[in-house]
Design a protein around this ligand. Sequence first.
Ligand SMILES: Nc1ncnc2c1ncn2[C@@H]1O[C@H](COP(=O)(O)OP(=O)(O)OP(=O)(O)O)[C@@H](O)[C@H]1O
Ligand SMILES: [Mg+2]
Length: 291
Amino acid sequence: MSLTVNDVWYTYQEGTPNESNALQGINLTINKGEFLGIVGHTGSGKSTLIQHLNGLLKPSKGQVLVDGLELHSKENKKSLREIRMKVGIVFQYPEYQLFEETVEKDIAFGPKNLGLEEKEIKQRVKKAMKLMNLDYQALKDVSPFDLSGGQKRKVAIAGVLAMEPEYLILDEPAAGLDPKGREEFLELINHLHKEGLTVIMVSHSMDDIARYAQRMVVLHQGKLVLEGKPQEVFTHVEELESMGLSVPTLTKLLHALKAKGLPVNTELIEIQQIKAEILRALQERKGEAHA
Ligand SMILES: Nc1ncnc2c1ncn2[C@@H]1O[C@H](COP(=O)(O)OP(=O)(O)OP(=O)(O)O)[C@@H](O)[C@H]1O
Ligand SMILES: [Mg+2]
């Protein structure tokens, strides 16, 4: 089971003077159960790519397959709606898409459109709110517009979760939140992944990608230029910098220490391991100094 992108090209405003080749031959397989990070400079094609994953955009060339079924297949017209439901997308600043009078109605909007029974809808709303750490009883009748920014965003994501997608795509989910809000959000998303959801997260924060993603891809001018585990990708420091990207703060620290002559392994990502590695290298140097 996977989401597969086969040589996908996408041109905005084709045939006009403003034509732009936003995607240029992307190949990517996202396996069920993984946590994939997507990074890239602004304008590199990240949002364009994720909108292909649930059929919101149709490739100018190439195909997207969800669990082996092609989106926009000519033979299989009716499948688009069904396949799409497997893939939930949370856009940047999703709180701007809230519109119902109450939190409950807003989250129920999608399931209602699926034609589900009231009881099932209510169950889904409750479950989705729980996953987003929202108190159902306290918030169900509140207007979403009276909530804080962070709560609004949780309601918006709960609305996507209530559709019970198998793949969850998030475009900069923590953008604009304060540090505590960011942390809580990313932990909630990480929890969803641990519960079995496949998570695809677009982010400008290399620190967040390093911390949560199991695999990452780097887009540059519509092409996929690097792919691998974060610790592998972040060894390409110069290449990333030439694309206007950076590496996680802790990776920078390790490189700076190494440049100063401390023999540390610069490929570590996890903070406890980095701490242990720096202590080890310091001890080793102390030992040499005494010898
Ligand atoms: N509706 C549109 N019409 C024309 N060109 C567009 C449109 N949307 C995006 N583009 C162009 O396509 C390219 C890729 O844009 P996209 O929004 O996918 O980038 P992104 O990586 O998501 O950037 P950001 O990090 O700023 O969100 C850019 O050159 C952009 O200007
Ligand atoms: Mg974008």
